[in-house]
Write a protein that binds this ligand. Structure first.
Ligand code: BEZ
Ligand code: FE
Length: 289
């Protein structure tokens, strides 16, 4: 192969050839494919110098706005559908296992452990929601002692970590009983915009895309011997179910919130409340597909 005088076609194989001695074959495969697709992209788009520089500056700003609290590259991946594509490839769930969706930036490790039935709404305003559920294996066997982390936005669409104040709100860990059952009180969540004051927000505005996610409650559920499940439940009827800014909605994760009838569990004084009950199926660890 010629080692000089590359043209707009021959340069691709020349670059790939330069990686020929990479000892890590997976790294070599990734770089070969990256170069091939990136060069094809450039040949397809034929960017001007100004456009190429605008792309460099966009990615530079994406890095500059990121820190230990904000990860704009993940947000970019989310809004380009890349996060859900990686999720789909890595979570080919067996029958009976709950479908997965994006983690999002608002998870906090080791949330406070609350007793079953506790209220996590920390006195915030909103419609009380009783969430009950059961954690099982994909084949339906109850998984007693499973841990269930729950987090969600408030009535105005904000997570506690986006607000002033140190105390956790609308987030907690529950330990399921011997039948895998758990329950808690929270509030009906509301749709909200993803952080859109950075480069990702510029991209959404330039393309006339809205930044909103349909109302949802996040769950991370684990048990020894099973893959940790990262998912949401979405509220049926939300106006953004078909245009989630991060492409995270799956039909099997949409739930009806029923109006609670009779005395509310542990809160007989409540006049008006909603409820949902859901089974979460976990995939055995190490199992493909
Ligand atoms: C979330 O649901 O918390 C979320 C997911 C992806 C990007 C931004 C927020
Ligand atoms: Fe969320």
């Amino acid at each position: 192969m010629s080692t000089r005088d590359f043209n707009e076609h021959s340069i691709t194989d020349a670059v790939i050839g330069r990686f020929a001695s990479t000892p890590d074959l997976r790294l070599k495969q990734i770089l070969d494919s990256l170069v091939r697709h990136a060069h094809d992209f450039i040949r397809d788009v034929e960017p001007t110098y100004d456009e190429w520089m605008a792309a460099i500056m966009f990615l530079t700003r994406t890095g500059q706005i990121s820190d230990d609290k904000r990860q704009e590259f993940i947000l970019l991946s989310d809004t380009l559908g890349i996060s859900m594509l990686v999720d789909a490839i890595n979570h080919r769930q067996p029958a009976g296992a709950t479908e997965t969706t994006v983690l999002g930036p608002f998870y906090v490790q080791n949330p406070p452990v609350k007793p079953l039935g506790a209220d996590i709404s920390a006195g915030l305003e909103g419609t009380p929601l009783y969430v009950s559920g059961q954690v099982t294996a994909a084949d339906g066997r109850p998984l007693g002692g499973a841990w269930v982390d729950v987090w969600q936005s408030d009535n105005d669409g904000f997570y506690d970590v986006q607000k002033e104040g140190e105390d956790p709100e609308l987030r907690a860990r529950f330990i399921a009983d011997e039948n895998g059952r758990f329950a808690l009180w929270t509030l009906v969540p509301r749709w909200y915009p993803i952080p859109n004051d950075g480069p990702v927000g510029e991209m959404l505005a330039a393309t006339r895309r809205h930044p909103n996610r349909p109302s949802h409650i996040h769950f991370m559920i684990g048990h020894e011997g099973y893959e940790t499940l990262v998912t949401h439940l979405f509220v049926d009827g939300d106006p953004y179910l078909d245009s989630d800014a991060v492409f995270g909605v799956k039909q099997s994760l949409i739930v009806d919130l029923d109006g609670g009838k009779g005395p509310a569990p542990g809160r007989p004084e409540l006049k008006s409340w909603k409820k949902l009950d859901h089974r979460f199926g976990l995939k055995p660890a190490g199992r493909q597909g």
